[in-house]
Design a protein around this ligand. Structure first.
Ligand code: SF4
Ligand code: SF4
Length: 164
């Protein structure tokens, strides 16, 4: 399915979603990169040594969840927009998802937005908590969006207004 639609299967995702006990300890990266491509900016961006050095640059990345602190430095560096940070400790009923964003319009902090799953389908509503847009990110913004906790592993994009 991934090759035909670009949407990973449950089996693909099972190999990259952090274990429950790590999710319960705070923000952590979820790297949804499944294809063999010559690429490694995620590795060079990570200051924590959480992404293992690539033996072969075509290999998919391997993350050490215990080293990852959820800083999201890797999120804007990934040309495939394949890295997300999920914090299931954000509040009693909300998780925080930090996601890469290259669309217009750019949402504002506090704005309510549609939450999209990996297929681009609306699955709920969320609130933008922060918009990171530093020069070093080179126009790949990082949107921090608070989502219903049960959607933390579903929400992978947002829709702002009617403009996308
Ligand atoms: S979120 Fe930060 S610590 Fe975790 S893999 Fe990415 S760059 Fe490394
Ligand atoms: S930077 Fe992104 S696309 Fe490239 S290997 Fe890392 S996760 Fe995959």
């Amino acid at each position: 399915m991934l090759e035909k639609t670009g949407v990973p299967t449950e089996q693909d995702l099972a190999g990259v979603i952090p274990p429950r006990e790590r999710l319960a300890r705070g923000p952590v990266a979820v790297i949804e990169c499944f294809q063999r491509i010559p690429c490694n900016p995620c590795y060079t961006a990570c200051k924590q040594g959480a992404i293992r050095e690539f033996a072969d640059i075509n290999d998919p990345p391997v993350i050490d969840f215990d080293r990852c602190n959820g800083c999201a430095l890797c999120v804007s560096k990934c040309p495939g927009l394949a890295i997300f940070v999920v914090d299931e400790t954000y509040s009693a009923d909300r998780a925080l998802v930090k996601l890469p964003y290259e669309f217009l319009p750019v949402p504002a902090r506090g704005q309510e937005v549609d939450l999209l799953n990996r297929e681009g389908r609306v699955v709920g509503r969320g609130r933008v908590e922060r918009v990171q847009n530093a020069k070093v990110q080179d126009r790949t913004l990082i949107i921090w969006v608070a989502v219903p906790k049960e959607l933390s592993m579903e929400v992978r994009n947002i829709k702002v207004g009617d403009c996308q």
